[in-house]
Design a protein around this ligand. Sequence first.
Ligand code: APR
Length: 269
Amino acid sequence: MNDLERLATAVRDADTAVAFTGAGISAPSGVPTFRGDDGVWEQFDQGQFAYGRFQRDPEGFWADRVDLQRAMFDGDFEPNAAHEALAAMGRDGHLEAVLTQNTDGLHGDAAAAVGDGDAGDADGDPAATAADEPTVLELHGNSQRVRCTDCGKRKDGDPIFERAADGELPPTCECGGVFKPDVVLFGEQLPGAVLQRSRSLARESDAFLAIGSSLVVEPAASLPRLAASTGGTVGIVNLESTPCDDVADAVVREDVTEALPRLRELIVE
Ligand code: APR
């Protein structure tokens, strides 16, 4: 039995299977990863997008954020076969939740496309999802939305990014508050409810799949270890090695768009 077959058996037999994803699952959709030769952090300095900079210099932060948004989300990008395989596994009843570090919204799009509902509830609160749907938990928020730092209103990000690109720096809400991309910035705490929920899902999981992540950013990167510590089968699907490979029961060094559709086939075989 190879590692992918072992993972399929673990997911099929699991009461609670959880997927945890990073930028690598969206790379085939044209969304750049953060690390590696052509990673985003080779082109931009992470410090430009830190929470402290947003607070200190919202105008400069927004000017740079417009460039980052263009570099990451240029043109149309769609869910790929890997997103669709996870969404189908959710619909098949084999996946309890998708915890993602990605802010591209593609898991929600894929779930909606297979009729499993979407990430967040009506006003996009990442910690809430409709009761009877597999959970898509956006640990780092969603770059396709902005949120007012005064009244808390969430809005579609595209028109606001356009206003910023046209010189409204920083873009402001009708209430006068400054908009912030609806993501967790470096130096900013993850929303408590989201972190609590992701940790309890990792603890409860009998099968935990870490997919397309370098597993270097905390607190997310501890989730595979947490799953392993409570006896869950941990699988890692990633082109490169990760710091959690040592706790994995199965490591699949394949492209996500090959491995995940194959995994789903093996589960339902
Ligand atoms: N198939 C499988 N793995 C892939 C593929 C692919 N097609 N393409 C890339 N990968 C792997 C890379 O080998 C890499 O290890 O995906 C991983 C992506 O790692 P990162 O770029 O570090 O992305 P991620 O782990 O999501 O980063 C975590 O860091 O900067 C912050 O907030 C940002 O959410 C991000 C966090």
